[in-house]
Design a binder for this molecule. Structure first.
Ligand SMILES: NC(=O)c1ccc[n+]([C@@H]2O[C@H](COP(=O)([O-])OP(=O)(O)OC[C@H]3O[C@@H](n4cnc5c(N)ncnc54)[C@H](O)[C@@H]3O)[C@@H](O)[C@H]2O)c1
Length: 326
């Protein structure tokens, strides 16, 4: 299939491009490089620098490409994703994440592209009641980032209804790890994700890390999350795309491991390799105690289960950071 990946120079998008190319698909990446890196784009993918909020620019790229061979699918990763930033600057988040999706959908309608894969997030669930989320759990985001992703999900649903499109919406839990080639991984100036922060501390790139809260109602008092390797997430996109395009259906699917690990578990796993200089601090506002995915639907519909466990997630990120010294 011919696939347009918007946000394909970012962390998860770039890994998905690698999986798509490995599976024999043709890939065109559109990215404004606001957080992504051109070097992260697979050499066999075609790259356009462009912004999905710019209808005219996107329209031209899609029209030019469609003349060579029409696109079958669009994948959307082109979002802003930092929760505290979304709280401080909701306008930026609504503009980029919601207006961006609306513009993209308009261009898809104009060019009759029927299939969209959309990256959503566990943040749409907010504080799930018992901490385990099925796709039927109540969606009640607690920050603008989660709201923009939920608004986009709903908008995609209405466009699909109006124009006969198919969608696959993936709600990811905590994504971590790096590609097996160590060519791509999570590189950013101000990393906030727990896995890379712990590993940077272990490698001495950071002096010390703070664990936010050790008095949660969990088995060891620290927050419990569901960690999933980025290449497992990426491969699910290949399956999701084939499923909706071949069967002419739409789905919403959680991508997680069905397992919860605490912050202390993450530190212990990293400490199998190097000591981690850490201290305990106050809870952060808005952190639920526990967030785990039920991944039953992914298994039933796509036959997908994660292939890599926590130790492999940690080891791949560790090796990536040792190589790139970041
Ligand atoms: N990283 C996670 O743990 C996680 C968890 C749940 C959901 N997600 C979702 O996955 C998607 C990808 O996240 P990521 O971690 O790879 O983030 P990222 O910042 O690495 O990637 C986003 C990419 O989109 C590009 N981009 C942003 N706005 C754009 C625009 N208007 N036009 C064109 N390009 C634009 C950026 O330059 C970047 O390359 C997001 O939609 C995010 O909501 C991520």
């Amino acid at each position: 299939m011919k696939v347009c990946v918007v946000g394909g120079a970012g962390y998860i998008g770039s890994h998905t491009v690698y999986e798509l190319i490995d599976a024999g698909h043709e890939v065109v990446v559109v990215d404004n490089l606001s957080t992504g890196l051109k070097d992260a784009v697979h050499k066999d993918a075609l790259f356009y620098e462009g912004d999905i909020t710019d209808f005219a620019a996107l329209d031209k790229i899609i029209a030019d490409e469609n003349r060579k061979k029409p696109f079958d699918v669009v994948m959307h990763f082109a979002a802003k994703i930092v929760v505290p930033e979304s709280v401080k600057n909701p306008s930026l988040y609504y503009y980029n994440n919601v207006e961006g999706v609306r513009t993209l959908l308009d261009v898809m309608v104009k060019h009759n592209i029927k299939n969209i894969i959309f990256s959503s997030t566990a943040a749409v669930y907010g504080k799930a009641k018992d901490g385990v989320c099925t796709e039927e759990s109540e969606t009640k985001p607690i920050n603008p980032y989660g709201e923009t992703k939920l608004a986009s999900e709903k908008m995609i649903g209405w466009f699909a209804h109006a124009y006969g499109m198919n969608y696959c919406i993936f709600r990811y839990f905590n994504v971590a790890g790096a590609h097996k080639t160590l060519e791509i991984g999570l590189l950013r100036d101000h990393l906030t994700h727990i896995v890379p922060v712990t590993i940077q501390t272990a490698l001495g790139i950071r002096e010390k890390m703070t664990v936010f809260g050790d008095d949660y109602d969990t088995f060891d008092g620290t927050c419990v999350r569901d960690y999933i390797h980025v290449s497992d997430i990426a491969y699910a996109h290949v399956l999701g795309m084939e499923h909706i395009a071949n069967k002419n259906v739409s789905v919403i699917i959680n991508l997680g491991s069905n397992q919860g690990f605490s912050v202390k578990n993450i530190i212990s796993e990293v400490e199998k390799h190097y000591p981690v200089n850490h201290e305990y601090g106050a809870r952060r506002e808005g952190d639920p105690a526990k967030l785990i995915a039920s991944n039953k639907r992914a298994k039933e519909i796509l036959g997908w289960t994660p292939k890599r466990d926590l130790s492999e997630i940690i080891l791949s990120d560790l090796e990536f950071r040792k190589k790139h010294k970041k």
